[in-house]
Design a protein around this ligand. Structure first.
Ligand code: EPZ
Length: 426
């Protein structure tokens, strides 16, 4: 087991290269299942979740090869995926339980192979994470769904047909499964109230490059005209808006000045608006977004919402910010039922936070004090890293495997801008 040791108090200044987005890369890695031609993805981040999904795809018979040049500060990895010979349409429990996003193979597999058997993902630290909307979407396209012994079997022996999918609320994963499946369904599919996140648009861009006929992605209605087959393509993964937002918070908390190289403001406007409102000077530059402090740090009130609202994936990071902001802040988590696991750990560092149901009220304190803390889930871990950057003394953060799921080269990137952080074996 490894841990991070962070000595707080450094003002962070310099350039942080933003990696490809984990939450775009994962659905994008499932698109090769839709075609028997090779698909190359560039700017892939080096993350545990990417390795886990690669293992699952390998298990199904997809060959994955390192493609052309990569490296450099802002470049990710390029991999070529070849699913011309799918040998297994089962996603086993021991892989799916490690990463819920494995469920994203369901739609492509049913569409291409006429069958998929995927272990139910089970819950995780932030909630029970059901997949009812994924299943209802595929049923709307003619798939037959059976649940047996903890697995969901979806089949469409005669192929999928176009249909109308109405989401009661915009589920990201369910939208991605429906979008991928509909590209090969016979006829027209309409998805009403889909997720509008930038990762959905990135996925649609890749599918269009493969020959899919999609319009309306990023709006409240997506129309897909099914085609007989898709062909290979090359697609660059979009930059990670959650990583960028996390480091933007670090700039403000440490009263620093960081250029988020490769970040796109249009992906994260709601978060940037809050930062500007409370004390950041945010400016778009040719190769990224610059975030620096104007010397103040005012309290704020926010509620997490589907895109374009404030993203739930940045909630924990902004709570670290609120912990040292002037005055009273409040954060309401309206997407997941249990995404305040970072609160008790933040309080161990001296934060003054009270939680009542889905709302946390934070009284800003002048300083946080270093302590031993434990990561519980991916974004909660980053919240503790951010607090450690300003806490007096050495903060030790355990259970780093959570962090490694979503933050590529974290300590290296923080050291680029002057942080004192080391990874040691616990
Ligand atoms: C994606 O998860 C992201 N993961 C999450 O990021 C992100 O927090 C979430 O979208 C919301 O933006 C990936 O993209 C790999 P949802 P997903 O379906 O697709 C409920 C991170 O930290 N729901 O939009 O699972 C669900 O329980 C991760 O990078 C149903 O009820 O999110 C939740 O309360 C964490 N039925 C809400 O909808 C369903 O069938 C939003 O879930 C599906 C979801």
């Amino acid at each position: 087991m490894e841990k991070l040791i962070i000595s707080g108090g450094q003002k962070l200044e310099g350039v942080i290269p933003i990696s490809g987005a984990k939450n775009a890369a994962l659905p994008l890695m499932c698109t090769p299942l839709l075609t028997d031609e090779a698909v190359t993805l560039t700017n892939l981040p080096r993350l545990a979740d990417i390795s886990t999904l690669s293992d699952l795809l390998n298990h199904m018979g997809v060959s994955i090869m390192i493609a052309g040049g990569s490296g450099g500060r802002a470049k990710g990895r390029s991999l070529t995926f070849d699913a011309s010979n799918i040998t297994d349409t089962v996603a086993p429990y021991d892989i799916v339980r490690k990463m819920r996003a494995s469920i994203l193979v369901l739609g492509p597999l049913v569409a291409r192979a006429g069958e998929a058997i995927v272990s139910l993902p089970g819950g995780c630290a932030i909630g029970n994470r059901p997949i009812d909307l994924h299943l209802k979407s595929l049923e709307a396209l003619g798939a037959i769904i059976d649940l047996e012994q903890g697995y969901v079997r979806a089949s469409a022996p005669k192929g999928l047909r176009g249909g109308v999918i109405d989401f009661p609320f915009p589920s990201v994963g369910a939208t991605e499964n429906a979008l991928m499946a509909a590209t090969l369904a016979k006829g027209t599919t309409t998805i009403n109230n889909p997720a509008q996140e930038p990762e959905i648009v990135d996925l649609a861009n890749c599918l269009r490059a493969m020959g899919a006929n999609i319009s309306g992605d990023g709006t409240e209605k997506i129309i897909i005209e099914g085609v007989d087959r898709l062909h290979g393509a090359t697609h660059a993964v979009m930059p990670d808006r959650v990583e960028a937002g996390s480091y933007a918070v670090a700039a403000l908390m440490t009263k620093g000045n960081i250029l988020l190289e490769g970040a796109r403001a249009s992906d994260m406007q709601a978060a940037l608006d809050v930062l500007t409102e409370i004390g950041a000077v945010v400016s778009e530059e040719p190769n990224g977004i610059r975030v620096k402090s104007n010397g103040h740090l005012h309290g704020f009130h926010l509620t997490t919402e589907p895109f374009p609202g404030f993203p739930t994936d940045m909630q924990a990071q902004f709570m670290a910010l609120a912990a040292i902001a002037e005055g009273t802040s409040s954060i309401t988590e309206a997407i997941f039922e249990n995404r305040f696991m970072h609160v008790p750990e933040l309080c161990r560092l001296g934060a003054d936070i009270s939680v009542n149901g889905s709302q946390a009220v934070i009284e800003g304190v002048d300083t946080l004090k270093a302590a031993q803390v434990m990561a519980t889930d991916l974004r909660a871990s980053m919240c503790l890293v951010l607090a450690g950057l300003v806490a007096e003394g050495e903060t030790h953060i355990n259970r780093l495997y959570h962090l490694d799921r979503g933050y590529e080269r974290l300590e290296e990137k923080l050291r680029f801008v002057g942080a004192k952080v080391d990874r040691v074996s616990a």
